[in-house]
Write a protein that binds this ligand. Sequence first.
Ligand SMILES: NC(=O)c1ccc[n+]([C@@H]2O[C@H](COP(=O)([O-])OP(=O)(O)OC[C@H]3O[C@@H](n4cnc5c(N)ncnc54)[C@H](OP(=O)(O)O)[C@@H]3O)[C@@H](O)[C@H]2O)c1
Length: 296
Amino acid sequence: MQQQNQILPRIGFIGAGRVAKGLAWGLARSKHNIVTAASRSLGSAEQLAARIAGCGASTDAQDVVDRADLVFVTVPDDAIAAVAAGVKWRQGMAVVHCSGATEVAVLEPAARAGAEIGGFHPLQLFGDPDVALAGLPGCTIGIEADGPLLPQLELLAAALGCRTIRLPPGCRVRYHAAAHYAAGFVIALLKQATDLWQSFGVEREDAIRALLPLLRGTAASVERSGLAQGLAGTYSRGDIGTIEKHLAELARAGPDALHLYCELALRSIPLGLERGGYDEKHAEAMRVLLRHALTR
Ligand SMILES: NC(=O)c1ccc[n+]([C@@H]2O[C@H](COP(=O)([O-])OP(=O)(O)OC[C@H]3O[C@@H](n4cnc5c(N)ncnc54)[C@H](OP(=O)(O)O)[C@@H]3O)[C@@H](O)[C@H]2O)c1
């Protein structure tokens, strides 16, 4: 990427939503040069620009491309291709999108014009821009880029207080699908737990209040000890008597609850084995019980 200023590229944003504002404000705080933002509505671009001295605001994506060395395309996933195809890129500049599941090749029109292209995906959920700004430090950015753009993006991530992982071309959809297990699917599992508790009279809000410390404790345990050593509870010890009681009770709750439990339990056994909680013979006895329950 050719830079106006060798140290700090002029950075622009197309699409001034939650991620754009979080990134722009975070980068401006670390003295990066955010020159302009364009969005579908002028109001959104002005909100982004209002907190950054000297930052312009418009509804003109081409203005961002013309004024910046590095452009973040931070529109919704389905709009990235149209934005990339709808402006005139130039040799030596760089453009990245922030989508987890969209291949970087969607920016091909920019590459054809001689721009470097890449992906810069903050692995975090951003409900609003201030949540995005507060949530960025400590989170990981999935970076896909080659050549000089790669270290540039790594430096920007570091300026935001983020770690990075490199994503090879073609892996984004799998990467993004897998991340759901640590995000939305955890919420689906909490719902499963609260539904079961509601069946004996505990309100959902009370259940969530009770279960969240358990979830935090589980996350802290994994952070401290890793997946296998962080595992606690029935499947870390291989308590077959308890498993039999769980299966009998969940069979009464219904096949959905029983089958989800069995699928997750079967995936917990390798971790229990890895942490040395039981041997292979014991693990197989647990698997037999769970597989039998799955046929009910
Ligand atoms: N939110 C998250 O948790 C999260 C996390 C990681 C990555 N991402 C990725 O970050 C990107 C942006 O997501 P977001 O959550 O920030 O979305 P968002 O809050 O909905 O913001 C998108 C912005 O783009 C503007 N826009 C829509 N179409 C446009 C167009 N054709 N031209 C110019 N501007 C347009 C919107 O319009 P207005 O001007 O009308 O406001 C809005 O300000 C997506 O690729 C998403 O996958 C999101």
